[in-house]
Design a protein around this ligand. Structure first.
Ligand SMILES: NC(=O)c1ccc[n+]([C@@H]2O[C@H](COP(=O)([O-])OP(=O)(O)OC[C@H]3O[C@@H](n4cnc5c(N)ncnc54)[C@H](OP(=O)(O)O)[C@@H]3O)[C@@H](O)[C@H]2O)c1
Length: 345
């Protein structure tokens, strides 16, 4: 058998010693090793911060966006936004399951799966880039990808549309963290009411109970109305979270000065760290999920403001996160309908 490294180090072309996420270029040409999974790829779900950045750079022209995606994959052997370093997830049909994996793995060629590891570390080659859906960041493609032995994936459920499942799976780590950490009676703040924010809001509202409070800060007025009508938050603050003092003032007001016990930053655009930090109580916790988060802005900003908050880097993985994200779509039909409305017909 020809075995590759469990974490994919054998596919790193440069720089020497790097692991696939940090690599500049991956080998996307070799056929799958005996401990890898090969996939015929039909769609990419580009993570929001990267999609929006590239979409702006392409002047919202699908052809230029397709060229940018093609160029990145050709240069890097993977889809990784060169500026943000992030990627997304993909949808595909299993083509090959390495013999070294077969014993412990309930997966066969022909099955439809989504990757749960980032495109930023997944060897990928593209033959074609098709339609682009800016409302969700999904892109139809024809290509081939490889998952390493350590690579996580989820079988697509038969009771949910594929693109809806993919949308939820991309951000599954966020509601996964909420499910494990939100407790009854807490005040929970969510900054950014996009796909991740909505799934967190559902989970938080369910878990804080009648004694808790869920607050959303979101700059899009229509989205704020949607959240109120879906009953996902007790308080919705329509504000630009780059205006830290104004947001904190409104959170002080909403919480009677107590501030949030646990905050989630899911904003797709930069500059929202301080609004989240100042809106969280001393010794409270912040889960920075957004890919626009800047480490030094958060760390030095908290220090500068004298805020002893615990700041967690938003790990995209926690065990059970995929099942949880799909379960939210099943248990909250109105939220599912809303997310479905973002998808192409
Ligand atoms: N950590 C991980 O493993 C991981 C995995 C997947 C995704 N992500 C990242 O998580 C973030 C959220 O993803 P998503 O899919 O939920 O994105 P999304 O659907 O685009 O939602 C982001 C939301 O943030 C709002 N927003 C942006 N800037 C804001 C500001 N200054 N003030 C208030 N609201 C603001 C946006 O409002 P508008 O619509 O008005 O712009 C939007 O509603 C992204 O950065 C994404 O790349 C991280």
């Amino acid at each position: 058998m020809t075995l590759g490294d469990r974490y994919g180090a054998h596919r790193v072309l440069e720089p020497t010693g790097a692991l696939p996420q940090a690599a500049r270029r991956l080998d996307n040409a070799s056929r799958p090793f005996d401990n890898e999974i090969g996939l015929q790829v039909s769609a990419l779900h580009i993570t929001s911060t990267s999609f929006q950045r590239l979409w702006r750079e392409a002047d919202q022209e699908p052809e230029r966006m397709a060229e940018a995606i093609t160029r990145i994959v050709a240069e890097r052997g993977k889809f990784q936004d060169p500026v943000t370093g992030s990627g997304g997830v993909l949808l595909g049909t299993v083509d090959f399951v390495g013999p070294a994996l077969r014993d412990g793995l309930d997966l066969s060629p022909g099955e439809r799966i989504a990757s749960l590891v980032s495109l930023a570390l997944t060897p990928l080659r593209l033959e074609h880039v098709g339609r682009i859906y800016p409302a969700t960041g999904q892109v139809e493609v024809k290509g081939y990808a490889v998952l390493f032995e350590s690579g996580l994936w989820a079988r697509l459920p038969s009771d949910l549309p594929e693109s809806l499942a993919l949308l939820a799976l991309d951000v599954a780590g966020a509601p996964g963290y909420a499910a494990k950490n939100v407790r009854a009676g807490q005040r929970v703040l969510v900054v950014g009411g996009g796909k991740a924010g909505l799934l967190i809001l559902h989970e938080a509202r369910k878990r804080v109970g009648v004694t808790g409070q869920v607050i959303l800060v979101e700059m899009d007025q229509a989205r704020c109305q949607t959240v109120l009508s879906l009953g996902l938050a007790d308080v919705v603050i329509t504000a630009d979270a780059t205006h830290a003092l104004e947001v904190a003032r409104q959170v002080v007001q909403a919480t009677g000065g107590a501030l949030a016990d646990l905050s989630f930053n899911c904003a797709s655009l930069p500059g929202t760290e301080m609004a989240t930090i100042l809106s969280t109580r001393d010794e409270g916790e912040i889960f920075f999920f957004g890919m626009a988060t800047d480490f030094s802005r958060a760390a030095l900003g908290a220090e500068g403001a004298g805020k002893p908050v615990r700041m967690v880097i938003g790990n995209g993985y926690t065990p059970g996160h995929a099942e949880l994200a799909l379960q939210i779509l099943r248990e909250n039909q109105p939220l599912r309908s809303f997310l479905n409305s973002l998808l192409p017909p």
